[in-house]
Every structure is written in structure tokens, then in C-alpha cells.
Design a protein around this ligand. Structure first.
Ligand code: UD1
Ligand code: CA
Length: 456
């Protein structure tokens, strides 16, 4: 959309959140709310996007990076004052400007597109996106004239009891003729209960000057939720979660119970994957086709191949191959790489380790800072002793090696290709290829000695 500009308001502190984190950075389904807004605007293909920053400006800019330009609002004097800060960047341009609040992450590109289309079709100087709310408390109310024409917006705190009964609310998204917007902003006053310069007053000012103003009513109130506190944050999370789940289900993912399955906005999931209840797919996670995840698994920032199962387990910042089985009750910690057809069984912790194709750690083991080849079998209760109290050391286990149960591999140490470590060994020296290492006290049997102990 050439000659269409977007201004996103994100300078407020968000006092009602009662948080150390700036409001617009609070995540909804794992993505900061303002980033949802920006991403949806990017879907429109506007020529410019300007984000108004103030509280937490640096963090907001860092979060959004190159996705936007920025204008600083030093003092938060209200939404009209906020938009005015974009004057230097876009104030002199011909075109249409859409203004969106950074705290309305559920607004969809389609709705903004429809708003812009309506605005252009009517030839209005300002069009306000409105919705009917079951409970309009806290929102600005749309005051219409006898013929249904939009007259102005009145904020909750300035509204008479009669005006407060109006169910049609200002969603905080607007379309303006760009030049008219910046000219009119100069006329906005702050003589209201909050002493703020209100952006929606632009609509009232234009109307009083007989300029054409319009409203576009969206059907779906939930899409316009403005997040001012944590109660609405949870509501937005619920709506967004439902949307994300629906997208994946339509793409061929089975979600047994979408109500208790959590998928981040950024996650990708392959066809015929099954998400069992209690599963959380977080961050930039990619899951292959036909995987079975859950019940009760948490996967964060990881890439998982096809046909892999992750049962009641945690996988963090790791890469997992195809046809691999993890869990139940395994913990794959960051920077681990598991190949194809690997098995990680119950009560196994893997940290910053690599396991080659077909290797197995089936029970009760700790594998940390280890480089393990393919087709290695690690017996129950094996520990890579990676930490000497000061430094971490590497354990290398080459292809086809077999580590007997209850072994300690004291790093740095190498177990060579095809070598065999006897159960119960504490390995402190390298084990050459194809050899057997036994590192435990030799068993001695004292015949008949038990009788002497008179235990019975
Ligand atoms: C605003 C609207 C209200 C509408 C509601 C929809 C005004 C005066 N009121 O109210 O009519 O129903 O949104 O959600 O506009 N911000 C700045 N600088 C400021 C003040 C605010 O950048 O000086 C930003 C905030 O960070 C926020 C957005 O503008 O992202 C909206 O501000 P907020 O204080 O949440 O306005 P509401 O009271 O919700
Ligand atoms: Ca708000």
C-alpha cells in the first residue's frame, strides 16, 4: 500500500500492569504485544511504520529492530501528543495513515485492511474502528448523532452516566488523511479529567468543522482487546492461543485438547504431528511431520525432525533428529544435538552434548559435555563426570562403544570406537578402540564366611 503510513503508539508505562516490564513488551503467546501489532501491520505493506516510544524506548527498539522507524515521546502527555511525535518523519506526506495502539495485539491485518478500504471508499478525513463490547468499561465510547453519524469519542473518565451506557467503543485504531491528521493534532486540547491530549478528539474536532468522519464497526470485539492489566492480558492470551491452535489444526496438526496446549506465535509444526494434552511449544520451535509431542512436554527454541516422540519431557534450545524417542521424564538441556533414531529414556538428563544416530541412553543417566558417536549404548545409571569444581571437561565416546551400567566417566576422557566399559567402572583413563575396560574393585568370595557371622 503505497502512500499509506502506520503509527504505533507504544510510549506508555502501562501503570495498570503493575510491572517492571513495560506494557507493550509483555508477551502474548510468547511474542511481545507490540511486535504482534507491528507484524500485522507489516502484512499490509504500508510504505512507512513509525513506532512512538517513550517508557522503555531502548528495549522496545531493540525488540522491534528494523521492523519499524521510531519517534521518541519524551513525556507521555496523551495519545494525540504521541502521534504528534511522528510529525518530523511523516507529517508532510500525502496519503493515508493508520494509527494503532501497541497494546491491542489481537487486531488482524484483514481488519486493518477493511478499515483502510472503508476509509478510502467513504472519502472520510478520519475513520475510527469501533466494536460493540459486552462490557465497555474502560474504553472510549462512540457518540453518534440522530442519524447515526459519528460525532465524537468520549473517554470513560469523562463520560456522563448516560454516555457510559453506550456499548460501542473506540478500539484505538484509526485511519486518517495524513496531512489533516497532523494539522488537527495541533488543535487538540487537554482540558479533560486526565489532563491528556486525546487522539480520538481529532475525530470530534473534524466533525465540528463539518469534515466527513466515519466509523467502521468490526464484528469481533475480542480482536480489539486493549491490554491494560493482567486480567485482560490473560484473556488476550486465551484468544491468541485459540487462533494459533486453529491455524495449526487447519494445516494438518492434531491437537487433542487445544484448551490446554500452548503454542507460541513463532512455532512451526509439520503435518500429522499430534500434540497431546499439557504440551507447551515455546519460542522459535520447529517440529517435523508425524511427531507425537506430550502428554505434558515443554519444548523451547528447538528443532525436531520427523516421526519423533517427546513424552512428558523438557527440551530446551536443542536439535533433535527424526524417529528419535525422548522420555518419559527426560530433560534435554541447551545446546544438545541428538541424531536420528536416538533413544533417551526415563530420568535421563542431557546437557550440551551430541549423540549420533541410533545411540541409546535408556535409563537414569547424566550426559553432560559429551560427544557421543553413533550406535553407542549407554547403560543405566551412567554419569559423565564433567565438572571438577572449577572447569567443565569433555567426554568423548566413539561409535559402537558400550558403556555398562552404573559407570562414571571422569572427564576429560575418551572411550574409543567399539570399546566396552564394564558395569560399575569409574573410568579415569582413555579406553582404546575395541578394548574392554574394567575399573572397579575385584570381587572376592570367602567361602562359608557368612555362617561365621552368626547372622541367622
Ligand atoms: C485508548 C483510547 C480509548 C480506547 C482505548 C482502546 C485515548 C485517549 N483513549 O485508551 O478511547 O477505547 O485506547 O484500547 O486514546 N500511549 C503513548 N503515549 C501516551 C499515552 C499512551 O504512546 O502519552 C500509548 C500507550 O503505550 C498504549 C496506547 O497509547 O499503547 C494507548 O494508551 P492507553 O493509556 O492504554 O489508552 P487507553 O486508556 O486504553
Ligand atoms: Ca489501552
Amino acid at each position: 500500500m503505497t502512500n499509506t503510513y502506520a503509527v504505533v503508539l507504544a510510549a506508555g508505562q502501562g501503570t495498570r500492569m503493575k510491572s517492571d516490564l513495560y506494557k507493550v513488551l509483555h508477551p502474548v503467546c510468547g511474542k511481545p504485544m507490540v511486535e504482534h501489532v507491528i507484524d500485522h501491520i507489516r502484512g499490509l505493506g504500508t510504505s512507512r511504520i513509525v513506532t512512538i516510544v517513550g517508557h522503555g524506548a531502548e528495549m522496545v527498539e531493540e525488540t522491534l529492530g528494523e521492523k519499524s522507524e521510531y519517534a521518541l515521546q519524551q513525556e507521555q502527555l496523551g495519545t494525540a501528543h504521541a502521534v504528534q511525535q511522528a510529525q518530523g518523519l511523516i507529517g508532510d506526506l500525502d496519503g493515508t495513515t493508520i494509527v494503532v495502539c501497541g497494546d491491542t495485539p489481537l487486531i488482524r491485518s484483514e481488519t486493518m485492511e477493511a478499515l483502510i478500504a472503508h476509509h478510502k471508499a467513504t472519502g472520510a478525513k478520519a475513520t475510527i474502528l469501533t466494536a460493540y463490547a459486552d462490557d465497555p468499561t474502560g474504553y472510549g465510547r462512540i457518540i453518534r448523532g440522530e442519524n447515526g453519524q459519528v460525532l465524537r469519542n468520549v473517554e470513560q473518565k469523562d463520560a456522563t452516566p448516560e454516555e457510559q451506557k453506550v456499548m460501542e467503543i473506540n478500539t484505538g485504531t484509526y485511519c486518517f488523511d495524513n496531512r489533516t491528521l497532523f494539522e488537527t493534532l495541533k488543535k487538540v486540547k487537554n482540558n479533560n479529567s486526565q489532563g491528556e491530549y486525546y487522539l480520538p478528539d481529532v475525530v470530534g474536532i473534524l466533525q465540528s468543522k463539518n469534515a466527513l468522519v466515519s466509523a467502521y464497526v468490526t464484528e469481533d470485539f475480542s480482536e480489539t482487546l486493549g491490554i491494560n492489566d493482567r486480567v485482560v492480558l490473560a484473556e488476550a492470551e486465551r484468544v491468541m492461543r485459540g487462533r494459533i491452535a486453529e491455524k495449526h489444526m487447519r494445516n494438518g496438526v492434531t491437537i487433542i485438547n487445544p484448551e490446554n496446549t500452548y503454542i507460541s506465535a513463532a512455532a512451526e509444526i509439520g503435518r500429522d504431528a499430534v500434540l497431546q494434552p499439557g504440551t507447551m511449544i515455546e519460542g522459535h520451535t520447529v517440529i517435523g511431520n508425524k511427531c507425537v509431542i506430550g502428554p505434558n512436554s515443554q519444548i523451547i527454541d528447538s528443532v525436531i525432525g520427523d516421526n519423533t516422540t517427546v513424552h512428558s519431557s523438557v527440551v530446551l534450545s536443542s536439535r533433535i533428529g527424526s524417529a528419535t524417542a525422548i522420555g518419559p521424564f527426560a530433560h534435554i538441556r541447551p545446546d544438545s544435538t541428538l541424531g536420528d533414531s536416538v533413544k533417551i529414556g526415563n530420568f535421563v538428563e542431557v546437557k550440551k552434548s551430541t549423540l549420533g544416530e541410533g545411540s541409546k541412553v535408556s535409563h537414569l543417566s547424566y550426559i553432560g559435555d559429551a560427544k557421543i558417536g553413533s550406535h553407542v549404548n549407554i547403560g543405566c545409571g551412567t554419569i559423565t563426570v564433567n565438572y571438577d569444581g572449577k572447569n567443565k571437561h569433555l567426554t568423548t565416546i566413539e561409535d559402537d562403544a558400550f558403556i555398562g551400567c552404573n559407570s562414571n566417566l571422569v572427564a576429560p576422557v575418551i572411550v574409543g570406537k567399539g570399546a566396552y566399559v564394564a558395569a560399575g567402572s569409574t573410568i579415569t583413563k582413555n579406553v582404546p578402540e575395541s578394548s574392554l575396560a574394567i575399573a572397579r574393585a575385584r570381587q572376592e568370595n570367602k567361602e562359608g564366611y557368612a555362617n561365621k557371622l552368626n547372622l541367622n
